[in-house]
Design a protein around this ligand. Structure first.
Ligand code: SF4
Length: 166
């Protein structure tokens, strides 16, 4: 008996990825990244906030469009879509820091260290602050991207933090 494995969702991209595209961006283009909505809480109140009334300021977790009560359900959703990674978002994931870290640990344990994670946050912090919470320092890399238009913060947050546990 033979088993054929295929990459998730969209094998032919509308436009081929560019050389400068980050791995996470390519996975998003391929539709292979789970959207892990950790919490609807956020300490900003941006006028342009795209969160709906059913998500904003509500401490619920979603994997794609599925409401999840546990990371078992998140993992089930990731399996269902054959995810190769996840984008962690909200709200702001750092408003539920421990839950975010648990999610990272669970996803890496379930799918391996190559499972690509990136996280969106609007909370500036020093990259070295991530280190003590890493499940296995050096085994994972976090890319920080700010969704706000604060140049200094954005520059600092969008810098990859290799060897910082993310
Ligand atoms: S930082 Fe993002 S989630 Fe928070 S209020 Fe602004 S747009 Fe909404």
């Amino acid at each position: 008996m033979s088993v054929t494995l295929s990459l998730p969702q969209v094998p032919e991209l509308h436009e081929p990825p560019e050389e400068a595209d980050a791995e996470g961006c390519i996975q998003c283009q391929m539709g292979s990244k789970l959207v892990l909505f950790i919490t609807g809480n956020c300490h900003w109140r941006c006028d342009y906030c795209p969160l709906s009334e059913t998500r904003r300021d509500i401490d619920h977790m979603f994997a794609n469009e599925r409401r999840c009560e546990s990371f078992d359900e998140v993992i089930e959703e990731a399996r269902a879509m054959r995810a190769t990674g996840a984008g962690i978002t909200g709200g702001d994931p750092l408003m539920a820091r421990e839950r975010t870290l648990e999610g990272i640990r669970r996803l890496k344990a379930e799918f391996g260290t190559q499972f690509h994670l990136h996280m969106y946050t609007s909370i500036p912090f020093r990259p070295e602050g991530a280190r003590p919470s890493s499940p296995r320092p050096g085994s994972t890399r976090y890319d920080f991207t700010s969704s706000t238009s604060r140049p200094k913060s954005t520059e600092r947050l969008s810098r990859p933090a290799p060897n910082r546990g993310f």
